[in-house]
Design a protein around this ligand. Structure first.
Ligand code: ZN
Length: 397
């Protein structure tokens, strides 16, 4: 919890002003605020926005900073899952060290919050999650980390997984994950009943990976909607990827979007360049809360991705064919305030009374800042400068 006066910044690209922070919260925004002996930071006229939100990643998977991992596997989803589960220890992917690297780089690039799915399976038990919890504690005051207990390898097809997820929710996971009820477990009723049963027992929200495309994904979504209605879980369920919403059948997708908006189901997109993805502008028009994430970066699944949410804003912009300034601003919104809406982050925002979690951006306007590839000049977390010019104040292991 820190005190700081940051002078000459432009909130959301507006007029230059100062931001006064006391005890980690924004106390005042205005011109020529008095410092009273506080530390002063010169914002040099840069844009200020609330912290970027990485709402879908896998901190337990990256090989960032390790020797190059040669990817030479069969390109099926099941093949990637099994390879990672069986080889990750042999490869040396230490979940604590690797999550430290990724989380610190995300913070250095302006992120203030992370939602990370973490594998829970019968081979590794809770070991991977324990590594991420260690990182969460080590980075307290640098970046906030929320953990999704994620049955990556399947749930009903791997006996013992439900019990492990139950333990994970008791031991520090805030959210329960799920994955492709048809595509992975081949048992949509069994999978969804187990997920919703556990979530209800623990009173936790759900964030389910749904890669299933087209009509199969629509079917899994409708089974999910049925359970939300039956259990009164409106506003408690997020669907990650939701590739079925990228289907070309306009009216079919419209019917799904109507139910998603009605049930306050949140959508988390990665803007995956190689998949059909939900349209950001259609989701906006339907009034759906939308967040974004980089998903796994440089892991055994694939070599792509950067630990930088501004990189993801650009991917979303290109994938969605965005050109107008107002639409580029919306892509940035999805990667900041949209993430806070989806994750229900309390005290988020660049207003008096909010937590002093923000980043400066280089650009004349927000749209310019989206396309300008430049390090973040200053990143502030709870009133403390945690990075300057893209370099974290804390050492990367
Ligand atoms: Zn994922």
């Amino acid at each position: 919890m820190s005190n700081l006066l940051i002078r000459n910044v432009r909130p959301h690209g507006g007029a230059p002003t100062d931001i006064l922070i006391r005890n980690g919260k924004i106390e005042a925004i205005g011109q020529n605020l008095q410092a009273d002996g506080l530390a002063i930071e010169d914002g040099r006229g840069h844009i200020a926005i609330p912290g970027l939100v990485e709402a879908h990643t896998h901190l337990d998977k990256s090989v960032w900073g390790m020797p190059w991992h040669e990817n030479a596997k069969v390109a099926t989803l099941r093949g990637r899952i099994d390879f990672e589960r069986e080889k990750r220890l042999e490869i040396g992917i230490d979940p604590h060290r690797q999550s430290m690297r990724q989380a610190i780089l995300l913070a250095a690039n302006g992120a203030s919050h992370i939602r990370s799915h973490v594998d829970i399976d019968t081979t590794h038990g809770l070991r991977l999650m324990e590594g991420i919890i260690e990182t969460r504690e080590a980075l307290d005051g640098i970046i906030d980390i929320e953990i999704v207990a994620f049955p990556q390898s399947g749930l009903v097809t791997r006996p013992g997984t439900v019990e492990l997820l139950d333990q994970a929710l008791n031991n520090g996971a805030e959210v329960l994950g799920g994955i492709d009820p048809c595509g992975i477990d081949h048992d949509p009723k069994g999978h969804l009943d187990a997920v919703f049963g556990l979530a209800e027992k623990h009173g936790k929200p759900i964030d389910i990976h749904l890669h299933e495309a087209g009509e199969l994904g629509a079917f899994s979504m409708e089974m999910t909607f049925e359970r939300i209605r039956a259990l009164g879980m409106q506003g408690k369920v997020a669907i990650s990827h939701a590739f079925a919403l990228g289907a070309p059948d306009y009216l079919r997708v419209a019917g799904l979007l109507e139910q998603i908006a009605e049930l306050d189901v949140r959508i988390v997109t990665t803007g995956s360049p190689s998949s059909t993805v939900p349209s950001l502008l259609r989701l906006k028009e339907a009034g759906v809360k939308v967040a974004a994430g980089c998903d796994g970066i440089r892991d055994t699944w694939g070599p792509w991705g950067q630990p930088d949410m501004m990189d993801r804003v650009r991917i979303l912009g290109m994938k969605n064919g965005l050109r107008r300034d107002v639409d580029l601003e919306h892509a940035l919104h999805v990667c900041s305030t949209g993430g806070a809406d989806v994750m229900d982050i309390a005290g988020y925002g660049l207003e008096v009374g909010c937590n002093a979690d923000f980043t400066l951006l280089v650009g004349e306007t927000l749209a310019h800042a989206v396309v300008e590839v430049a390090p973040r000049p200053v990143v502030v977390k709870r009133g403390r400068v945690v990075a300057r010019n893209g370099v974290a104040e804390v050492a990367i292991p």
